[in-house]
Structures are given as C-alpha cells and as structure tokens.
Design a protein around this ligand. Structure first.
Ligand code: CO8
Length: 258
C-alpha cells in the first residue's frame, strides 16, 4: 500500500520503517500511527524479515503526538475515541524485535514510541523528553510508566514535571538507550545490528524477547521459571543442535529457522 507519512523498505532480512513528516518534525498524527501499525503488521507477517528498525530524520525521530490535531478535541472526544489507540499499541504487540534508531528530538509521544521498541540506539544528537506538562497535559502513551522503569523514579519524575530534555550522554548513563553512535553512522549501525539479530535462530530470538519482557510483568521467581522453561524448550529445536555442534566443530552455525 502507498504510505504518506512513513517510508518502508526491506534491507535483506531487515524491515526498515522511516517516519516521514519532515515539515512537522515527524509529529505522530493518527494517520501516521495507523500507517505505522500497517507496516509493522506487514513485516510481522513477512517470513523473510527477522528484525525491524524504526527511525526518523536527522532532526527528529518524532517531536510528539500531533499537537495541532489534538488541540481542539474535547474530553468527550478523547475519552470516547480512547485517543489514540491505533498503531500505538500495535508496536508493543510485535513478536519480532524492533530497534528504535533515534537522532534528534524524541519528545512526548516520540519518546514513548521509542520506549515501546525493544531497545534504543541513539545518535549523539538525540534528545529525549516528556514535555507534555509544558502544554498543559501529561504523557498519554506510557511516558510516566516506561520512563520510570528505564531511568528510575527521581529522573523520570523530574523529566515529566519539568519537561526538560536529556541529551544522548545522559540517556545512556541513565539506561534509556543501549548505546550512542555518531549521527552519520546511526542507520548503518542499526541495520547492521538488526541483521545480526535476524541471522540468529528465529525461535530463540522470539523467546529471548518474550523472556526479557517478562521481567517487567512478573516476580523474579516467576520470571526465572519462565526463562528456564523456554531455555529447556530450545533443546527441542534443530537450531540448538546446530548451534552447539557448530561451536564444538569451530565453524559458523547454519540455522534452519531464520
Ligand atoms: N505536533 C505538531 N506539530 C509539531 C510538533 C508536534 N508535536 N512539533 C513540531 N511541530 C511543527 C511545528 O509546529 C512547526 O510547524 P510550522 O513550520 O508549520 O510552524 C514545525 O514542526 C517545526 O517545528 P519548530 O519550528 O517548533 O522547530 P524548532 O526547531 O524551533 O523546535 C521543538 C523544535 C523544540 C521540537 C519544537 O517543535 C517543539 O517543542 N515541539 C513540540 C514538542 C512537544 O511538546 N511534544 C509533546 C507533544 S504532546 C504528546 O506527545 C502527548 C503524547 C500522548 C500520546 C497519546 C496517545 C495515546
């Protein structure tokens, strides 16, 4: 299908989605989020794709939900529509990993979307923030919840109460991003990382993602039991036999399921 607010490309086993509303710093309009939902679903269903990368422009990953679209809505509107669910929740339901490659602004809904991805690779130009309070509202798509889990209460509370931005260095120190790369190398590095993941055994990748995410949803004892059972189940796969044989034979594994 033809998209207006995003660009979609396949780089070998990597599904690349680029947010593309340059005049609005990739503000997340409902159309953009609906298109994002469709693109994610298409890559989820595409057997050739093992990992996805979500990125924006040099200036902005996304500067938030579209303020001009929201500004005239009433309480009755947003409550009745459950504003905005389409696309936003889809991202958290993907089984394949999604890497956020963030350069420039990731603000408000932009920061929230980045945090819904499985990890964030940041350019040295990245700036993260939850500035909703400066426009008389609060984060609406997980900002107060996910940011607090990433960086702890004190920093999350300060960020959400003041709306100040943090730069890439602070975000890495605080554990919001996995690593920082020079802006000019961000996309190549994100795709290289996604290719590496896509080259692993697909069931192991999906299980790893499920298991790490479980850490947010359950107790330590239950999470460890869940992990142990998934670990055991990998022994039913040909790829576990191949991976361990390849190690013993000092060669690269040739995984069947990827
Ligand atoms: N929405 C709509 N348009 C935007 C947005 C936005 N979030 N951000 C930027 N734009 C537009 C500007 O209006 C401007 O358009 P125009 O040229 O037509 O005037 C264009 O993009 C360029 O922006 P600026 O001229 O402002 O560029 P600067 O480089 O001067 O400033 C900033 C960049 C600092 C990023 C600035 O644009 C800014 O502060 N943007 C708004 C940031 C913000 O407040 N974001 C939070 C929005 S609220 C939100 O995200 C709630 C999420 C809740 C999700 C709920 C769903 C369930």
């Amino acid at each position: 299908m033809a998209y207006e607010c995003i660009e979609v490309d396949k780089r070998g086993p990597v599904g690349l989605i680029t947010l593309n509303r340059p005049k609005a710093l990739n503000a997340l309009s409902s159309q953009l989020m609906a298109e994002l939902g469709e693109a994610l679903a298409a890559f989820e269903a595409d057997d050739e794709v093992g990992c996805m990368v979500l990125t924006g422009s040099e200036k902005a990953f996304a500067a938030g939900a579209d303020i001009k679209e929201m500004q005239s809505k009433s309480f009755a509107d947003v409550f009745s529509e459950d504003f905005i669910t389409s696309g936003w929740e889809d991202l958290t339901r993907c089984r394949k990993p999604v890497i956020a490659a963030v350069a420039g602004y990731a603000l408000g809904g932009g920061c929230e979307v980045a945090m819904m991805c499985d990890f964030i690779l940041a350019a040295d130009t990245a700036k993260f923030g939850q500035p909703e309070i400066t426009i008389g509202t609060i984060p609406g798509s997980g900002g107060t919840q996910r940011l607090t889990r990433f960086v702890g209460k004190s920093k999350a509370m300060e960020m959400c109460l003041t709306g100040r931005m943090m730069d890439a260095e602070e975000a890495e120190r605080a554990g919001l991003v996995s690593r920082i790369v020079p802006a000019a190398e961000l996309l190549d590095e994100a795709i290289k990382t996604a290719e590496r993941i896509a080259g692993m055994s697909r069931p192991s990748v999906l299980m790893t993602k499920e298991s790490v995410n479980r850490a947010y949803e359950t107790t330590l004892a239950e999470g460890i039991k869940y992990e142990r059972r998934l670990f055991h189940s990998t022994f039913a796969t040909e790829d576990q036999k191949e991976g361990m044989s390849a190690f013993a034979e000092k060669r690269q594994p040739n995984f069947k399921h990827r």
